[in-house]
Design a protein around this ligand. Sequence first.
Ligand SMILES: *Cc1c(COP(=O)(O)O)cnc(C)c1O
Length: 484
Amino acid sequence: MDSPKIRTKSEFAEQAASLFRKLPSIDELLRQPEMAALVASDGHSAVADAARSVLGALRQEISAGHLDAAGVHLALTGLGAAVERHLRQTLGYSLRPVINATGVILHTNLGRAPLSAAALENIRDDAGTYSNLEFNVEAGERGKRDVHVDRLFARLLAGASVAAPVATIVVNNNAAAVFLALNTLAEGYEVIVSRGELVEIGGSFRIPDVMAKSHAVLREVGTTNRTRIADYERAIGERTRLLLRVHRSNFQITGFTEQPALEDLVALGRSHGIPVMEDLGSGALLDLRSVGVEGEPGVSESLAAGVDILTYSGDKLLGGPQAGVISGRKDLVARIRSNPLFRALRVDKLTYAALEATLLAYLRQDYDAIPALRMMRLSLEEIARRAEAVARSLRSSGSGLQSEMIAGESVIGGGAAPASTLPTRLLALSLAGLSAEELASRLRLNHPPIIARVEEDRVLIDLRTVFPGQDEVVVEALVRIAGS
Ligand SMILES: *Cc1c(COP(=O)(O)O)cnc(C)c1O
């Protein structure tokens, strides 16, 4: 391609003007036969928008001096294809599935808990038509949206609670649950919390900030590493309305540490007539000891310890949709429910549909129906068998990919303690001539994107978080990348 030999500004402007004249108008472009099919399938307005963007980009290229006559000619022959590409991008989904090969089961960046098949089915059944969301069908009158899941939480938590029965309401997420509970129970009054529990979760949820916004007054006690029951006791005064315990979701304090037992905090609260609230964060309904994870507090355990109000997420260890769950003493939950802010934080029928289906799986003890729980319960043998099969496919493809199966750890994530890991088998991959970072980047550019870990210049694939039906997709992507 010969480059334009332009010396003066005016020559440049003249050249650009002559190139602009070669561009069709939007109307001319839309009248071309190949555009007709696009207009028929995607509508005149969307195609016109795409044509405008493509022509606009061409004009910019010309103005910047990046295109000469030959370049413009070439661009014009590909105009139809460019409009179609632009259209596909605009009309395609931005939110889309990815394959999570990181081994982090509840990965906040990747949408936390995948929903169960039953939850998806129930969303489709309930949300694609009218429902009894707030309608009592028997009585023919207005009902409450809370009832659909309150009944299930009541059953699931019945065994745990000494102060029976437990009431439960649902809001947008756990941050909303904490905010609403604090605002209802302690607006303008003091909440006592240990300095070791003033946590920040995910950058934007900080207990002191949420407290301030709820207009509750933070009363810090103890030190970062040690807080005794006597510290709480000394801080109790006329303005105390709540004792708050916050789960240290994303960090550990080890060494010279002390934290009063939940039972002692409850006893102290009782003796002063002050309720105890616990922000559990993860809120496991399944005892994680069954998958070999110790020390992760469950909802039932906290209720059994006598905690009056509990808040936890729907999409962490519970394995359901994004939601904030508030369970506890009926009178307190009723007060929280009647806060006018509840209306601003309540959830849609989609959430109730997904949550109800998820909770029903718990009632049936069908834990493998819930993807996050199934992934936690996957045996090492099963993961190793699948990893071996993937490695075999890679070898027989002649792709040149080096793969080795190594021992590693999957992370539960999502507010389970950082030490809550599960032993796994990883596929460690490398390809001559390509760095691990580059291989991982190409995996991310796959359709669907595959997200993997990189360690010591190898790409690590943990099949624990890959759905079995996706193993084949991973193999195909790797073979394609290695072959290109
Ligand atoms: C995760 C977490 C939150 C925030 O929950 P969201 O559902 O993300 O709003 C609050 N507190 C604790 C202790 C958590 O672990």
